[in-house]
Design a binder for this molecule. Structure first.
Ligand code: FAQ
Length: 335
């Protein structure tokens, strides 16, 4: 595999919080070769291994963003827990939202192996210096949205994350294996909820269609900008952090989802969506990338609300963190 020289990485592709710390440490002798050879044969880099500073910074950026997404991603569905239509639906939704918290924890732990604490990462998120997925800046307006988020959002997350089980950084790949297993349960519970509603009244079917219409395009945006506008993809793929480009995974998601939409009996809001026999794939329209850019700038329908809620939850949880620390200290004093 061709090595990507670190110095050629444009400043703007560096995570903001890491750019100033970039010291371009030269790999001491064999260590650099060991890193390149490990990545080239598709084996894993582990926390004890030497790695280029930019590789570490890219991992911190992506894993932190992923962890923040899981935790902030609890909000749209969490909003419906108290209004679930039955005890069964409430139990399913509680378990699902709780799983997302767990995913956040695995990912923060994976990130900590790179030398940055969860506390620092949370501070960067709350200061607006790290991102979370654009999708969670859209509201969940009806109970059908719980199903649509499971079907489309978790479905897109699975498409994006299954290849990450083979990512080159060991702790990230191992966290992804467990996360993907749980995400597939999430996707199926969403699909089952929508299928139940589609077998219900005309009003319920309309509720599902309206929800799918709102979530379709933002789900496609979850895969990131087109490859041509993705500053990080080439570097991340050369390092085996990402295994596929954004466009390839978006296409995979569309191909997987269209037959499911047909089985459900919903339409997808894209007049350009059609089977292309030559490519053996669906052609589809272009998401509105100006909307995506606006959401990333903080101008989505719920950006301010999501971050404010996260900041409030963090403050409200301070006593729990303090109590746990005091308990750990007291335990250590007794040893
Ligand atoms: N939203 O150069 P690229 C879930 C940013 S978890 C916000 O292509 P990259 C589970 C990107 O960071 C969902 N920002 O970047 C769940 C970069 O900005 P930066 C989260 C985005 O990293 C379900 C800039 O645009 N999943 O859903 C987005 O190579 C239900 C240029 O982009 C992951 O994080 C976006 N959609 O590729 C939970 C998976 N797309 O950082 C609750 C892991 C791009 O330079 C309920 N992450 N940006 O300032 C990845 O696979 C990658 O990071 C991509 C982006 C593919 C998201």
């Amino acid at each position: 595999m061709e090595a990507v020289p670190e110095k050629t990485m444009p400043e703007k592709t560096m995570p903001r919080e890491a750019a100033s710390e970039e010291t371009a440490t030269a790999a001491p002798g064999d260590l650099g070769e060991h890193f390149e050879a490990t990545v080239a044969r598709g084996a894993r880099i582990e926390p004890r291994d030497w790695m280029p500073d930019a590789y570490r910074a890219t991992l911190v950026r992506q894993i932190a963003q992923h962890a923040h997404s899981e935790v902030i991603g609890m909000q749209p569905e969490g909003n419906w827990i108290t209004r679930a239509p039955s005890l069964r639906r409430k139990a399913i939704l509680l378990a699902k939202v709780q799983d997302e918290a767990g995913h956040g924890l695995y990912l923060y732990s994976a990130c900590e192996t790179l030398g940055v604490s969860r506390e620092e990462l949370t501070a960067l998120l709350l200061a607006g210096r790290q991102k979370y997925s654009s999708i969670f800046n859209y509201p969940a307006l009806s109970y059908a949205d719980v199903g649509t988020i499971g079907w489309l959002v978790d479905g897109a997350a699975i498409c994006n994350q299954v290849p990450l089980c083979r990512t080159s950084y060991g702790p990230y790949g191992r966290a992804m294996i467990r996360i993907c297993k749980e995400e597939s349960f999430h996707q199926r519970q969403g699909y089952e909820l929508l299928m139940t509603m589609m077998r219900g009244t005309g009003e319920q079917r309309a509720m599902v269609q309206e929800s799918v219409d709102r979530f379709w395009w933002p789900s496609l945006m979850m895969f990131g900008p087109p490859d041509a506008d993705s500053p990080n993809s080439a570097r991340s793929m050369a390092w085996g952090i990402k295994r596929n480009g954004n466009d390839e995974l978006r296409q995979r998601f569309v191909d997987m989802t269209v037959p499911q939409a047909e089985a459900l009996g919903v339409s997808l809001p894209d007049p350009d969506l059609r089977w292309n026999a030559e490519r053996e794939s669906y052609d589809f329209g272009e998401p509105d990338w100006s909307e995506f850019a606006a959401v990333l700038r903080g101008e989505g329908p719920c950006n301010a609300q999501r971050l404010a809620h996260r900041a409030r939850a963090h403050e409200d949880g301070a006593w729990v963190r303090n109590a746990a620390l005091a308990f750990a200290k007291a335990g250590a004093a007794h040893e």
